[in-house]
Design a protein around this ligand. Structure first.
Ligand SMILES: N[C@@H](CCC(=O)N[C@@H](CS)C(=O)NCC(=O)O)C(=O)O
Length: 201
């Protein structure tokens, strides 16, 4: 059985949880509390030297780290992976966008606001990060103004990657009101069969 090393408040972990549920794949979930440093123990670093969740452990003990690599692995041979050379490249395009232009500017402010003390010096990062988060949302808004989903007109892992932190952007101090196409897309994603909330394991 697959084992997912995870943390319930993590949007990166949620990507894997959501797809595992939508694919009806049974798995064992091991919660590691990032606030207690549980991803930095010798035992976990032996599995993922980067000391971060999520990480997926296969039956043969192989480990896949990085949320978008995990959902790519799970999506192989399923309708969640876009078809064709172009569709797969476009899925990667949006997943790289998520990791480089979106996650550090939506997930990280959310982490700072939810997990660090009000007097933590990292609070000073918030305005710059939130501005970049809004820039990423503007890119998504432009794309979604003429497309129902990110790739090929269908729900895919590109949507899962971008949904994970976009739907909780308010928790990062980012208001989604100026992005109507993004908000409509959030509704379409949440209406997909076997959708689960970020709070569900
Ligand atoms: N690029 C990675 C980011 C993983 C990441 O930042 N995980 C956070 C939780 S969302 C973590 O494990 N933090 C604990 C730490 O850095 O010690 C991914 O997409 O999986």
């Amino acid at each position: 059985m697959l084992t997912l090393y995870d943390y319930m408040d993590s949007g990166n972990g949620y990507k894997a949880r959501l797809l595992l549920h939508q694919l009806a794949i049974p798995y064992r979930r091991i919660e590691l509390d990032i606030d207690k440093g549980e991803t930095r123990t010798a035992a976990f670093l032996a599995k993922n030297p980067n000391g971060r969740v999520p990480a997926l452990e296969l039956d043969d003990s192989s480990i896949i780290a990085e949320s978008d690599a995990i959902i790519w692995y799970l999506a192989e041979d399923t309708p969640f992976l876009p078809e064709g050379r172009l569709g797969r490249a476009q899925a990667l395009q949006w997943m790289f966008f998520e990791q480089y232009s979106h996650e550090p500017y939506v997930a990280t402010p959310r982490y700072i606001l939810r997990h660090l003390a009000p007097d933590n010096p990292r609070r000073s990062e918030l305005p710059e990060r939130q501005a970049r988060g809004r820039a990423a949302l503007a890119v998504m808004e432009t794309h979604l103004a003429t497309a129902p989903f990110f790739v090929g007109g269908h729900y895919s892992i590109a949507d899962i990657a971008l949904y994970a932190y976009t739907h909780v952007a308010d928790q990062a101090g980012i208001d989604l009101t100026p992005y109507p196409a993004v908000r409509a897309w959030l509704g379409r994603v949440a209406a997909e069969p076997r959708h689960i909330p970020i709070t569900q394991g």
